[in-house]
Design a protein around this ligand. Structure first.
Ligand code: ATP
Length: 275
């Protein structure tokens, strides 16, 4: 069976600097995938390449067996949405207009279905009171919630049978307070559990990653150094080496697992675990 997203040997460089070394990536089911790794590891670059925000220097990417370059942008927009780190909108649109723009690819833009889904998502993300406010006047966290609503809305469509869709989120927890961090992750988890599709998210919080991920891609220096379940990837020694900080995994009496920092280390750990 072919992967629903299949990336073969994708690599990216700028002016002779290799930013992403060749990566193979396949996903063929609904899964919550976290891309984890230190600053500058290449996480955003990988997400941009996989979501068609950036063209690979070499290698190829296909969705549902069809190469990305063969997709019409309007069609692709219905199957994958990308929430990037920067939250700027050039003109003075209201929140409602920003959300309506997410429905641009659906010809029935002013239809009852569009109105219903906008109200539903705005309600679920606690945005109803902000609908008539200008987007650029919102706080950082409010903007993040609107942007999350925008990508969810981009993928909403009518019909009983839906293909697996892809939600790419680059550091969506930035600026969110703890309540909204959890709410966003629960929403994203529900997107996967309700079989709408897969979430591929860049995030830095290793404890939240452990709680929510089905699969983790651990990156370092432009390479994916481990790809597997949380149990296969989130090994304290491997994380400690990757981040150059000593981390230990604690299991509470009721079985809850979390990571904590022991003490700062730079060259204390050997590198034998990194494959
Ligand atoms: N267009 C570009 N030109 C030059 N260097 C770039 C470009 N894009 C990315 N880089 C560099 O490539 C490296 C990887 O960047 P990337 O944004 O993918 O990292 P990241 O893992 O997402 O980092 P962070 O956790 O800090 O957001 C960084 O050193 C960055 O400066």
């Amino acid at each position: 069976m072919f992967g629903l997203i299949e990336a073969k040997n994708i690599a990216f460089g700028v002016k002779g600097k290799q930013i992403l070394h060749p990566v193979n990536f396949t996903t063929d089911r609904e899964e919550f995938i976290v891309i984890l790794g230190p600053n500058g590891a290449g996480k955003s670059t990988l997400v941009k390449l996989l979501s068609n925000g950036l063209k690979p220097g070499s290698g190829s990417i296909s969705y549902y067996g069809k190469e990305l370059k063969e997709w019409a942008p309007g069609d692709l927009a219905k199957y994958r949405a990308y929430m990037h780190q920067e939250s700027m909108i050039a003109s003075s649109f209201t929140v409602r207009e920003v959300l309506e723009m997410a429905r641009y690819r659906y010809p029935e833009i002013k239809s009852q279905f569009n109105k219903t889904v906008i109200e539903k998502i705005a309600n679920e993300l606690n945005l109803l009171a902000l609908l008539d406010v200008e987007f650029n006047f919102l706080s950082g966290g409010e903007k993040q919630r609107v942007q999350f609503g925008r990508v969810l809305l981009q993928l909403e469509s009518e019909g009983e049978i839906q293909p697996i869709k892809y939600l790419f989120l680059d550091e969506p927890l930035n600026n969110l307070d703890v309540r909204y961090q959890i709410e966003l992750l629960k929403h994203a988890r529900k997107f996967v559990d309700d079989k709408h599709g897969s979430v591929i998210v860049v995030m830095h919080d290793i404890n939240l990653c452990y709680q929510y991920a089905d699969r983790v891609l651990l990156m370092q220096k432009g390479k994916v150094i481990r790809d597997g379940s949380v149990h296969e990837v989130m090994i304290p020694e491997l994380l400690s080496q990757t981040y150059q900080i000593e981390l230990e995994q604690i299991q509470s009496f009721d079985g809850e697992v979390f990571y904590r920092h022991l003490s700062y280390t730079s060259n204390l750990l050997d590198n034998t675990l990194i494959k």
